[in-house]
Design a protein around this ligand. Sequence first.
Ligand code: C2E
Ligand code: CA
Ligand code: CA
Length: 943
Amino acid sequence: MPATASPLPLDALALPSPAAGWWRARLTLGLGMLAIALCTGWQYWQARRAVDDRVQVAQATRLTMQALRETQRIGSVTTGLLRGLEPGAVDASGGRNETAAASRQTLQQALDALAAQALGPAVSTRQAREAGASRAGQAWQQWHGESAVLVRRTASLIDALRVPRAEYLRESARPVVAQAERAAEQAGVLLGLLQDDADASLDRQAHAMRWGSGLTLAVLVLSLVVVVPVLRRLQTQARRTARRVAESERLALVAECTNNTVLITDQERRIAWANAAFSRASGYALEDVIGRRPREFLLEQAADPLTMAALHDALSHGRAAQATMLHRTRTGEPYWVAFDMQPLRNVGGELTGFISVGTVITEQIAQRTRAAAVMAALPTAVVVHGPGGDVREANPAAAALLGVRVGDRADALLQRAPVAEDAQALAAADLPVQRCLSQGRGEHGRVLAVAAADGEGGQRWLLANVELLVDALGRLDGAVACYVDITERRRLLEQMHDAAVRDPLTRLGNRQVVLERVQRAIEHRRANPAYGFAVLFMDVDRFKQVNDTLGHAAGDDLLCQVAGRIEETVRPGDAVARVDSQIPTAARLGGDEFVIVLEGVRQPEEASTVAERLLQALSRPYRLGAQTVHVSVSIGIVTVEHAAEDAGAVLRDCDTAMYEAKRAGRGCSVVFDASMRERLRAAVEMEGDLRVALARSELDVAYQPVVDLVSRRLLGVEALARWRHPVRGEVPPLEFIALAEECGLIDDLGAQILGKACAQFALWREHFGKHAPALLAVNLSRAQLRQPGLVPEVQAALQASGMRPEQLQLEVTESFAAQDVQVQATLRALKGAGVRLALDDFGTGYSSLACLHQLPVDTVKIDRSFVAHAHEVEYHRVLISATIRVARALGMATVAEGIETPAQADLMVELECDRGQGWLFGRPLRAEAFARWLEESRVDTVV
Ligand code: C2E
Ligand code: CA
Ligand code: CA
């Protein structure tokens, strides 16, 4: 990514330029060098001049010396010549000739040398040029002049020598000698001056050397003085620049690699540079944005005008500015950027532009929005407090539940007055936020009671969790408190607790309570043998019938009334003391079973007394809507003497005793003794045996004739189930039929009896013809009437035996069946199938004449108990008579059951009953016995 990015313009960061100092140093150095070069050149020139001078002087000196020698030779030769001319000289004439010739030759040689040297071309042009300018020059001129004179005179002498005349010679020789002396003298002067010239030249050279060195040194010193500090400054500046460049490169790298957007603007506030992050965020390439204004990338219409104005103001004054604004991408997508604009200034402090560093916070803003939505949606009240406890934030749930608002103080919650009775105590204890803030520790699961925010004086229970807030440095910055309204939950908990110990229908205690009570009593007894208790177990007799016939609502009503009567009867203060005033000692175990725990019973008889009172109270008629119902209860009692070691066993024993009471005819109480456990075991065994018997189809059928009361002719037979137990022998049908009903075997039993009876009936019809019974009555139990498959089953039995439906009479004992929709539907379906129906045991239980018309029955069978006592009890007679009349009015036949004596038969005839059944006419007999009976009696049958 940085590879594609353009470099950050470092000049924009206002680095100081090193050029000025650099040029100054360079100029200084240049000038210094030039000065030194000039100086050296001048020195060289001076040295060259000095050398030239010395060469000239040396040459001139050499020439002068040679000329001086020649001059001196001329002088000495001439002097010698003169001496030869002196009078007295020997051989004046002959010798003179020879001497003159030699002198002439010597002089000629010297003259030639002198002319060549002193007057020849060797004489320097410069010396000639400078002749007259310097003393040496002048001396040279003079010497030259003297030499020229000497040359002329010498030449004259030489000529004179050709004619050697003494006089002439003398005259020619003397000027030569004088001239030679003068020339020699002049040459001496010239040599001295030339020496001076050489010395002067040396002096000049030394002088020039001194000056040159001094000047060079001065230039060098000057250069050093100027250049060194400049260089030093340059060095520091270069180092600083290098550092800044490195730093700037790092900055550039940061600007390129960061996820923050970076924009640099120039004085005109146009974009001079943008980093890759900006390109990524906006979708614009760098070249697209350069020269444009940053505001072009804003979504200005969405910006807050106040923020825009503040930003503009800050920028126009060159001040830093921060803002969060919506930007738009190249494709027009909006995105949020929080940016910080800082002014850029050059070294002179002039504003060169701005650098804007931004963070794309679209996701953060979305998160914030989501968080706000969550806060708003939370059913939990959330309150954010500052370090001083003031409310900084409160969600709508907090406003609704607590009535707190932003700006409230921490204790505002409590200002809304806790409404518990001990409001003061609550107020003192309930300052979780402030306490957490002062203790520096959060708190969870605190339960508070506050006045409801609706101001209606209600009380709300709150579960508070307080968590401390810290800032980025870990310093305490407030607290957040969450309040959950647990008022409902508490109410539910109370209800649940109540439900855990109370029966929801009757509000009595439940099984749990009973077990606890009994267990406590057992343990109390163990610790204190004088202590007595008793447990009474009650079952409402035939409750199921009420439930099935009158409906569950009536059943519930009955149970509530029973519970109420139990509570009234078992009053505290009696022999029965309640241990806990909250939970009653009377309890319902479920269904129609009630238990009473009598604690502190002194005598076992006390339990029986209470049971007696209960039996009486509960046997009074009950009003269930429009109906009046008589029910009794059977009570099993366990006294402390026979109490088992655990509560469960005690209840089981109570149950056993209660079953004994049922067996004993219901509506009574039985005190448990150990032998009952044995009987219970036997009952359980019986159940198993019955199952086996049913599985093996071992149940048998007895048939009892039903006769016309007037003619005594056989009209039909009633099929009665018989079970011969392998050990116990014949088991009474009431016993095993109740057992079958209890353990769900009744459908199977009913089907077997129906099938066998129908088959037998068909056989008789075939065998005995018109002497065979014309009608077969088969009993149906309550449970069978609710069995959905009953009607098809009956039809199948008819079909299998080939019986006509009207030959079958099904007997039901329900009179309240009229009110049971399901039973009614079954009865109608049976009727629809063509089967006859009889109402059995009429007059017992819940039978009611008023309901008779609602039932689709053909026959009413008057219960044996009425027939048996009809002679003695007027009421029974009246009832039988009324029943017969009503039945006749409804087109139903009547059968009097259990006729044992002729008197009873007569009475029934008198009361106009149609038919009769009983030992008087015939006992129930097994098929073969009945067949024999048929053969014997040969009573004509009526179809
Ligand atoms: P129930 O339907 O009323 O049957 C008549 C009962 O009265 C029979 O008793 C019968 O033996 C008895 N009985 C008839 N005449 C006299 C008499 O003159 N004096 C006396 N003391 N008793 C007489 P059982 O056979 O013991 O049956 C009792 C009950 O068992 C029946 O009463 C009936 O409700 C039920 N039951 C019998 N067999 C069946 C069956 O197959 N299915 C169903 N659901 N119930 C049956
Ligand atoms: Ca019957
Ligand atoms: Ca009956």
